[in-house]
Ligand binder design. Structure first.
Ligand code: GLY
Length: 431
């Protein structure tokens, strides 16, 4: 069969790679891909959802899998379904769960799903009054899509006021900052939890630990993710049961019954596990409508079941027949980012702040073939060199029977990669 993957980042590279390992898949196309993805699949330079639907019809694509949230929010699933094309990813109505943090939190509160105390604001002055009076540290979140950078964690009232100014008045994330969701800051253990769902049945995946902060020891700004590993040490059967019964199942049933939303595809719950009176409460910090980046890079290599079979079951509404099998060995993903460099007018601070692009990358060909390499921001320049094009550049995914073994391996292999200003966290996988 022919598969089309939509996306151009590291997660999308991992999805394309996974499909390429299926004996049922003869060809994988990626719209629009990057230099690394071109080594795994055939990249197609199309960018609008209409072009993608036209391509899928013309090429008789059997299955399309959408990596990022933007095309989902733009209605790619509605468009493909209207043309009878099989696609994995929630429709535009369900996509509100990620494209509006405010609406998602309100729906979850109405469905009695544990969420931090929160209020939503479209007036910056009212938001400021709230953070001055609320009496606890908060997280200020841009309502709309902000590439994983729109949540500002604040220790003080002054920081919260600054976050409101940046998001709502300076529009650091554009129109995503028309409204803000201001939440009580929770302290506990953060966990990314993923399920496949056909809108009725939920099948949990293995969990992954993501590292969102730019600097070691979880300091620095929030990023899209600096690394990840799986399996997750906290996720045992009892915790899976708690998350399923308190969050995932009431959410999917409630969306259907209360809001007429049949949520099909990938459900990604960003959770804070908080111990309270001898029980663990999984509070939902965010919902995403897709696989995580860089969580997909460590989850998909562990999946032994054919992803095509799972996708077909989602499309057919027959997911209850799927019992996925997982490799128990650890996978660890280490991301190389565009770090600090000197420009003509001074220093670039590096991802997630400003960074230089077009820098030649050396050493990727020397990475041990036992590791996977997924590219996020690379291209081949006019001289035929592999160069950087993004903040997150590429990642190395190692495998080992222990987390420390996987960590050492990924770090040793990353030593072989070089580009000006390369930066990666050396504490990914350190507990
Ligand atoms: N790793 C965070 C995300 O994919 O949103």
């Amino acid at each position: 069969m022919k598969v089309l993957v939509v996306g151009s980042g590291g997660r999308d590279h991992a999805i394309a790679w996974k499909f390429s390992t299926s004996p049922r898949v003869s060809r994988v196309y990626v719209a629009h891909g990057n230099a690394g993805i071109a080594g795994t699949a055939q990249c197609v330079n199309i960018k609008t959802i209409e072009e993608m639907a036209d391509f899928a019809q013309k090429e008789r694509i059997d299955l399309t899998f959408v990596g990022p949230e933007k095309p989902l929010s733009a209605g790619i699933t509605d468009l493909f379904q209207s043309r009878g094309l099989a696609i994995i990813g929630p429709d535009s109505k369900a996509s509100r769960l990620e494209s509006s943090k405010c609406d998602a939190k309100t729906m979850m509160r109405e469905l009695s799903i544990p969420v931090p105390e929160f209020e939503n604001f479209s007036d910056p002055q009212k938001a400021r009054d709230y953070v001055r009076n609320v009496g606890y540290p908060v997280v200020v979140k841009a309502d709309g899509l902000a590439a994983g950078k729109g949540s500002l964690v604040c220790d003080t009232v002054e920081q919260a006021e600054e976050a409101i100014r940046q998001i709502m008045e300076d529009r650091a994330f554009g129109d995503a900052g028309q409204r803000v969701d201001i939440e009580k800051r929770l302290y506990g253990r953060e966990l990314s939890f993923f399920c496949f769902t056909d809108g009725y049945t939920l099948v949990p995946m293995v969990a992954a630990q993501d590292y969102k902060r730019a600097r070691e020891n979880d300091e620095g700004k929030n990023t899209g993710g600096m690394g990840s590993y799986s399996p997750h040490p906290w996720l045992d059967d009892a915790l899976i049961k708690t998350i399923m019964s308190r969050v995932a199942e009431p959410l999917i049933a409630g969306l259907r019954e209360k809001y007429s939303i049949v949520y099909r595809g990938i459900l990604y719950l960003g959770l804070m596990l908080v111990e309270s009176q001898n029980e663990v409460v999984p509070y939902v910090l965010e919902i995403n409508i897709r696989l995580g980046d860089p969580e997909a890079q460590v989850i998909l290599p562990r999946l032994r079941t054919d992803l095509v079979d799972i996708c077909e079951a989602i499309v057919a509404g027959d997911l209850k027949k799927i019992k996925p099998e997982w490799d128990p060995d650890y996978r660890l993903c280490l991301i190389a980012t565009s770090g600090m460099t000197k420009g003509k007018k001074g220093w670039y601070k590096g991802y997630p702040d400003r960074y230089k692009i077009g820098l030649p990358i050396e050493g990727v060909d020397r990475i041990d073939p036992d590791c996977l390499v997924f590219h996020s921001g690379t291209e081949i320049d006019s001289s035929g060199r592999l160069v950087t094009t993004g903040g997150r550049v590429l990642c190395i995914v190692s495998a080992a029977s222990t987390l420390e073994g996987a960590r050492q391996k990924a770090l040793a292999e990353m030593e072989k990669v070089a580009f000006e200003g390369i930066y990666y966290r050396k504490d990914i996988g350190l507990q």
